[in-house]
Design a protein around this ligand. Structure first.
Ligand code: UDP
Ligand code: MG
Length: 320
């Protein structure tokens, strides 16, 4: 019998969790031929999420949980889940039902019958999302696909089902600065894309502010492209050529018309402009440097505080 592990990152999801579990029960009933494991990762929630997860584990042995010592972010939660999943097939899914669990039977069928190693999903529409956010997302995908060799599919969700060999490949990428959408593409394998209409959250609120998304997109760009690093050199060359032409023009003008003292406001503007560009380029180098700095520290991606495994072990010890 095949086993599917479903990894579900949760950060302050006390409202969405019960709704999600009910929906998953319905889906699991539809797939009696598979064994399931629901691996919830509590990403340092401050509400009743962990308590609900403990209860779920006690009432349903298929539910396991890992709990972080603080909020490490969704990427860390996904990584922890992948490390601890035991299934032959592994799915990653949000808890807010924005990734419809109802697609799982179809995804599993595709992996069983067709020559694919993973089935990924993307939303075909962005209805219900604020216009500014959609615009920023679209621009990000355009930019990153222009400067990165790894293709990042626009509207891709982190909802996918993978075979074990792909999961092991993803686990081989143990980098600290994680950007899953890029990592899943980078490891290769054959992926089939399914599309679905965007759905709103079933309960609770989004955990991603525009600021958080901005820094996440920087993670994607610095993680999968080094093109911005060449920007400084390209701009430098352009400015050298411009400066040379301007010097020539000034020499010619002085020879013909003499040298009246004028033009300091434009000079000030040019100085401001050029120093702005220099700082911008230094900033880009700083971004890469900071990522390298964090990477070389080899800090753990997450720290566990509690898990269903520990609970089982202590329980067994007590009963012995
Ligand atoms: N999430 C998480 N850690 C975080 C932020 C979010 O584990 O720091 C989880 C969250 O509980 C949810 C999923 O990641 O299951 C997606 O989050 P959300 O729905 O807030 O993002 P959106 O769908 O708005 O992009
Ligand atoms: Mg969501």
């Amino acid at each position: 019998m095949n086993k599917i592990s479903v990894i579900v990152p949760c950060f302050n999801e006390e409202e969405a969790l019960p709704v999600y579990y009910r929906e998953m029960i319905r889906v699991m009933r539809k797939m009696p031929e598979v064994e399931f494991e629901l691996l919830f990762v509590d990403d340092g929630s401050t509400d009743r999420t962990l308590e609900i997860l403990r209860n779920l584990h006690e009432t349903d042995a298929r539910c396991r949980y890992l709990s972080f010592s603080r909020n490490f972010g969704k990427e860390a939660a996904l990584y922890a889940g992948l490390q601890n999943a035991q299934g032959d097939y592994v799915a990653t899914m949000d808890v807010d039902l924005q990734d419809p669990p109802g697609l799982l039977p179809e995804m599993y069928r595709i992996l069983k019958e067709e020559p694919y190693d993973s089935v990924a999903t993307r939303r075909s529409t962005r209805t219900g999302e604020p216009k500014v956010r959609s615009f920023l997302s679209e621009s990000f995908y355009k930019l990153i696909n222009c400067i990165s060799k790894t293709e990042i599919v626009s509207g891709a969700r982190d909802y996918r089902l993978m075979k074990r060999k792909m999961v092991d490949a993803v686990l081989g990428m143990s980098e600290y600065n994680r950007f899953s959408k890029g990592i899943f593409e980078w490891v290769g394998f054959r992926t089939k894309w399914l599309e679905f209409q965007n759905v709103g959250r079933c309960a609770g609120e989004t955990k991603w502010s525009v600021k958080k998304l901005f820094f996440y997109s920087l993670e994607g760009i610095t993680g999968f492209s080094v093109a911005p690093l060449s920007l400084a050199s390209v701009i430098g060359i352009i400015f050298c050529v411009l400066a040379f032409l301007m010097v020539m023009a000034i020499i010619v003008r002085t020879l013909i018309w003499g040298d009246p003292v004028s033009g300091w406001p434009s000079l000030a503007c040019i100085i401001f402009f050029v120093s702005g560009i220099q700082l911008f380029c230094t900033g880009i180098v700083g971004q890469y440097l900071s990522k390298t700095y964090l990477e070389t520290k080899h800090r753990p991606i997450f720290i566990l505080k509690d898990s269903s495994e520990e609970k089982r072990e202590t329980h067994e010890k007590v009963s012995v």
